[in-house]
Design a protein around this ligand. Structure first.
Ligand code: GBH
Length: 484
């Protein structure tokens, strides 16, 4: 991290992101029915302290104030997700009252001059569809395309940027293999079926949106990682890194950009039947051309297969019940700490991983397709300590944003076509299995009063957005405690 001022290319988009279940609350209002996260949150040991999204940030009742705050913070774009269970509670039948909430929100954003960026699926499948097999059931992909059509009918005149899925890796492998996320299943075969059906649903929805609206900006958001072998001289470690890259990154990138699954991944998972789920024509649907790729990046990882009992690789876990590995064909592969600084989640702070990732994605996938990339999420949880007025002087989070934005700028210098950055997250919110114990917000939420108080990072970010430039040194580097 350096102290020089840097400027972003003209038109670089500055914004922030959230997701429906993490902020809305109003879980049982206006016809909304259970999603898999409502049900999962009620299972003993699934979410820390049995927290749930019943109330969350009460954004459902406070969207006007929240949009006013976004405007005050100079956000140019707001990435939110729509709740399928609110808009089509049984997964199939539109619920006018639920949809009306998003129509109002979009009007509020447009009136404030903030670009609405809609994600159709951020993990909250209607439980009614899970009861029929969820994403492991091929039908869910077709229901998803119908849902996309219903949402576009209601909002397409005002929302011009649509992403289908947020992080299908998490939905498939944390939800169906590890059991860390809803629906909490631990079935590697179902996880691979889910991965394929998520991709198919993405493609069907993309085709549907394109057919209805040729001018729509269409995208998909993937969470990508940067796996490095612990020992680059060890064949086993190099193979471990290949497997993680395959099962995390390329299993989604290759079908979308190249219309085929990577051969090494097909070989690794053959015993789990991935190929049985693929029907003729699926890959043509999945590779429907897009207008942008959304990249969510939090950290990379050093991977190995060698066992060192002195190293505790488990990290902190929020769950009271046993979880499995999300990697379905990577026996013995583990991520080990490199001694980098870590966030409150225990995730390593590695901004150069973001630069390398963006350059690699540009060279191998988006560049050849002539497609721009947006950072659709990046951010950090830290132990926030509010002062008596509720203000949080979060120099650690500020430094995280600063260093990662510098990595984005460096990737642009290296040729990557990155057009914008959406910070995760606008508000502190329901951090999935961690409940309310982890705070990612630019803005503090007091969950007793629902008061919103911008943190130091938010004030810093607002200035950066307005200037389209970073003018740090932040006090953290001066104190010598920031990331190297
Ligand atoms: C995003 O996913 C989500 O889109 C967002 O809703 C969420 O609030 C935000 O991140 C913060 O968590 O288990 O130690 O091996 C995060 C994607 C992918 C990042 C898996 C952590 C594994 C860490 N995550 N990765 S570990």
């Amino acid at each position: 991290m350096t102290n020089t001022d840097i400027t972003f290319p003209e038109g670089f988009l500055w914004g922030a992101a959230t997701a429906a279940y993490q902020i809305e609350g109003a879980a049982h209002e206006d016809g909304r029915k259970d999603s898999i996260w409502d049900v999962f949150s009620r299972e003993p040991g699934a979410v820390a302290d049995a927290h749930n999204g019943d109330i969350a940030c009460d954004h459902y009742h406070r969207s006007a104030d929240d949009v006013a705050l976004m405007k005050q913070l100079n956000l140019q774009a707001y990435r939110f997700s729509t709740s399928w269970a609110r808009c089509m509670p049984d997964g199939m039948t539109p619920n006018v009252e639920g949809i009306r909430f998003y129509s109002r929100l979009v009007d509020q954003l447009v009136a404030a001059g903030i670009k609405p960026w809609l994600t159709l699926y951020h993990w909250d499948l209607p439980q009614a569809l899970e009861d029929q097999g969820g994403w492991a059931n091929r039908d869910t992909a077709y229901r998803f395309a119908e849902y996309a059509a219903v949402m576009h009918e209601a909002l397409g005149d005002r929302v011009r940027i649509w992403t289908t899925l947020n992080e299908p890796w998490c939905s498939a492998f944390l939800g169906y293999a590890a059991g860390i996320h809803a629906p909490g299943r631990q079935d590697p075969r179902a996880a691979l079926a889910a991965a394929h059906h998520l991709l198919l649903g993405h493609g069907l929805a993309a085709q549907e949106l394109r057919r209805r609206d040729p001018g729509v900006q269409l995208g998909l958001t993937l969470n990508l990682t940067v796996p490095d072998p612990v020992d680059p001289g060890s064949d086993a470690d190099v193979d471990a890194a290949r497997r993680i890259d395959g099962q995390f990154n390329r299993i989604f990138l290759d079908p979308v950009f190249r219309g085929q699954y990577p051969q090494d991944v097909l070989d690794d998972v053959r015993h789990l039947g991935l190929e049985e789920f693929i029907e003729d024509g699926d890959l043509a649907v999945i590779s429907e051309p897009l207008d942008l790729l959304g990249v969510n990046y939090y950290h990379g990882e050093a991977v190995t297969t060698s066992v060192d009992p002195a190293v505790d690789d488990a990290g902190p876990t929020p769950q009271g019940r046993p979880v499995a590995s999300p990697y379905v064909a990577a026996d013995g592969v583990r991520s080990v700490p490199r001694g980098l600084p870590v966030t409150g989640m225990g995730w390593e702070v590695q901004p150069d991983g973001l630069r390398r990732l963006l350059v690699r994605i540009h060279e191998e996938y988006t560049g050849p397709a002539g497609m721009p990339v947006y950072i659709t999420e990046n951010g950090a949880a830290y132990d926030d300590v509010p002062d008596r007025s509720g203000f949080v002087d979060d120099q650690d989070r500020l430094a995280y944003f600063d260093s990662h934005l510098r990595a984005v700028r460096a990737a642009i210098d290296d040729g990557a076509d990155v057009r914008g950055y959406l910070a995760w997250s606008f508000l502190d919110n329901f951090e999935w299995a961690w409940g309310y114990h982890q705070r990612f917000g630019l803005v503090r939420v007091d969950y007793d009063t629902q008061q919103r108080i911008p943190k130091a990072s938010a004030l810093w970010y607002a200035r950066a957005a307005a200037a389209n430039a970073l003018r740090t040194p932040g006090p953290v580097q001066q104190a010598g405690s920031g990331p190297a």
